[in-house]
Ligand binder design. Structure first.
Ligand code: SAM
Length: 219
């Protein structure tokens, strides 16, 4: 993502009512933050927030958290949030590496990864959000029926992700290399900022849905 420094963005993160401060202290108590227990769903690398703000408006029965490490991007999501009258959307300004100290075992129903940074150099593979290291973190916080949904136009990252899912002992529940021409998987699809940009350039969008294979691991 091309980044412009936005003056005041870092300071805004500390005072904005929709950015939860010291999120590790909320581990196991996210229902209290929202004031109601509903399924909790995360988007990691939420960027400017188009995807998660749309979902929050569409699904009032779900609690959503957008996680983003860059203040200068998250500030754009917060501008969208300020215009919304919902009670089911908060944001965390943090690195997803901290996710296990932030959410309790089984606390999360779904994790969305949209157009995650590809980290093309081999030595950076552990930073990719679909690496086996990240899958192991997700496994610790996902509920029994919890799933991960991942979209990208980057074929190299998609192939890597499929390999990592297998290596991590996860199961693949759905997969397409042309989401916008797959009626079943595209039903109800909410476009992200990157998805709009890359699909308008003619790039096919890949999507997979996966989950820890707990039965296989219990054998
Ligand atoms: N999801 C948005 C979309 O599809 O339009 C933004 C995609 S952008 C390429 C990836 C975003 O993920 C960036 O804003 C980046 O700062 C964020 N990101 C990457 N690694 C992250 C991490 N470890 N923790 C939190 N955010 C991360």
């Amino acid at each position: 993502m091309r980044l412009r420094n936005v003056p005041g963005a870092k300071e805004e993160m500390l005072v904005n009512p929709f950015v939860v401060q010291e999120p590790a202290g909320k581990k196991g108590a996210w229902a209290e933050v929202f004031g109601t227990k509903r399924p909790l769903m995360l988007e990691i690398g939420t960027g400017k927030g188009q995807f998660i703000t749309t979902l929050a408006k569409k699904n009032p029965g779900v609690n959503y958290i957008g996680i983003e490490k860059m203040s200068s991007v998250l500030i754009r999501a917060l501008q969208k949030r300020a215009e919304m009258e919902v009670d089911n959307l908060y944001f965390l300004r943090m690195d997803a590496e901290e996710i296990v100290s932030t959410f309790d075992k089984g606390e999360v129903a779904k994790i969305y990864l949209n157009f995650s940074d590809p980290w093309p150099k081999d030595r950076h593979h552990k930073r990719r959000l679909t690496s086996r290291e990240f899958l192991a973190r997700y496994e610790q916080i996902l509920a029994d029926a919890g799933i991960v949904e991942f979209k990208t136009d980057n074929v190299g990252l998609f192939d890597f992700s499929l390999e990592e899912i297998e290596a991590a002992g996860w199961k693949l529940l759905g997969c397409t290399r042309d989401l916008h021409h797959n009626d079943e998987m595209n039903a109800g699809n909410v476009m992200t900022e990157y998805e709009e940009r890359f699909s308008s350039m003619g790039n096919p969008i890949c999507k997979l849905i996966c989950a820890p294979d707990r039965e296989k691991k219990a054998e």
